[in-house]
Design a protein around this ligand. Structure first.
Ligand code: DQA
Length: 145
């Protein structure tokens, strides 16, 4: 059975109350339930983790080797700054999909740069919480091909 790791970076633990006009009102717990249901429907398993710490995200990416078949990552603001997360993804050679609730290209210019995008096979953004199940579907499609 395919095993997918879903990583959420800084401030995403505040979803539901954080800038709802940008990120919606769905909480991260709600999103995890959506992901688990979607995964069950597709016959895969997902593990969801969130951290506000760059190093912890990197440790989880390293530990994913040999355990997870794919990584879906919403790296939050680290998307735009973290060469270290980009390098971690390249190092483990696990197919990785970039995910965002908002469309980073339709926002401030500093969000247009994505280090994750340089190493991910695809990106899903601008669909709010609905992007998470979409990302699982896209990952399963990628891993099956
Ligand atoms: C985000 C977009 C980032 O620019 C921002 O820093 C976030 C959330 C998104 O899901 O839309 O924290 O990754």
């Amino acid at each position: 059975m395919l095993n997918i790791l879903i990583l959420n970076g800084p401030n995403l633990n505040l979803l539901g109350t954080r800038q709802p006009e940008v990120y919606g009102t769905t909480t991260l717990d709600d999103i995890e339930v959506m992901c688990t249901k979607k995964a069950a429907g597709l016959g895969v398993t997902v593990t969801c983790r969130q951290s506000n710490h760059e190093g912890e995200l990197i440790d989880w990416i390293h530990a994913a080797r040999g355990v997870f078949d794919g990584i879906i990552i919403n790296a939050g603001a680290y998307t735009h700054t973290s060469i270290a997360i980009m390098d971690a993804i390249s190092s483990v050679e696990i197919p990785t999909l970039e995910l965002h609730l908002s469309d980073i290209h339709a926002r401030e210019e500093f969000r247009h740069v994505s280090y994750i995008g340089k190493v991910a096979f695809d990106a899903i953004m601008g669909h709010g919480a609905a992007g998470y199940p979409m990302a699982i579907e896209r990952m399963v499609q990628r891993l099956a091909s």
